[in-house]
Design a protein around this ligand. Sequence first.
Ligand code: LP5
Length: 238
Amino acid sequence: MKTWFISDLHLDDSRPHITKEFFNFLAHIQNKAEALYILGDLFEAWIGDDILDTPLGASALKVINHLKQLSTNGTKIYFAHGNRDFLIGEQFIERSGAFALGEHTVIDLYGTPTLIMHGDTLCTDDIEYQQLRSLLHKPQWQKEFLAKPLPERIEEALKLRNISQEKTKNKQAEILDVNQHAVENIMREYKVRQLIHGHTHRPASHTFTLDGSQATRIVLGDWYEQSSYLAFSAPSSH
Ligand code: LP5
């Protein structure tokens, strides 16, 4: 039995083969997974759980059904929000049989305290994004946005996507990556030497020295072109 981590699937009707890969992945880990951690951006964009009761939610319902099957079969599914699906709400979580995680969570990964998160909060040099993020995470803003009719929400989401695409084109690569001080500060704050996150789409394992001991930051890959996951199993006892 293993513990699996994925993030940044960006599921979208325009990439049906990736949704299929995801369902194959879920079938593959069935009976082999004690836990599945989805660390944000499961969907390309999420504009409210109420789409689930409309034709627009058809693909998301299939995702829910596949997750539900895995959770019913005994795998604990944990979900952290990403910058694309920060509006996923209780309905999605409950219907999937998942558990919602907070922004930053420390888990015991087979004896190693490990901090897990989406990772966007580590990109502290991207000031414009952090300002946008703090607006989008305000409960009042979310309440007002979710009260708008669906076509209006779709239009605003598309507008924001376009602005974001234009802006990111002109940002330097270092600005789009995590800030090492932010990484070290949060690892110190949570007293961990292992961190797993997504968001940057730069899969890697970085080791560095933090206050005299070795620290590791593992970055999950995105699923734009192919599947990407990380699995841990209990160290063998002999
Ligand atoms: O997503 P990615 O990786 O391409 O880029 C992110 C940051 N961008 C975002 C925005 C999302 O891509 C759009 C999410 C749509 C989901 C729908 C949710 C609900 C709709 C809300 C509608 C208002 O997260 C990008 C980072 C990058 O990661 C790397 O970290 O750089 O950030 C930006 O590009 C932000 C810009 O720098 C600043 C944009 C300011 C926009 C202000 C006007 C907003 C009003 C528009 C609404 C009509």
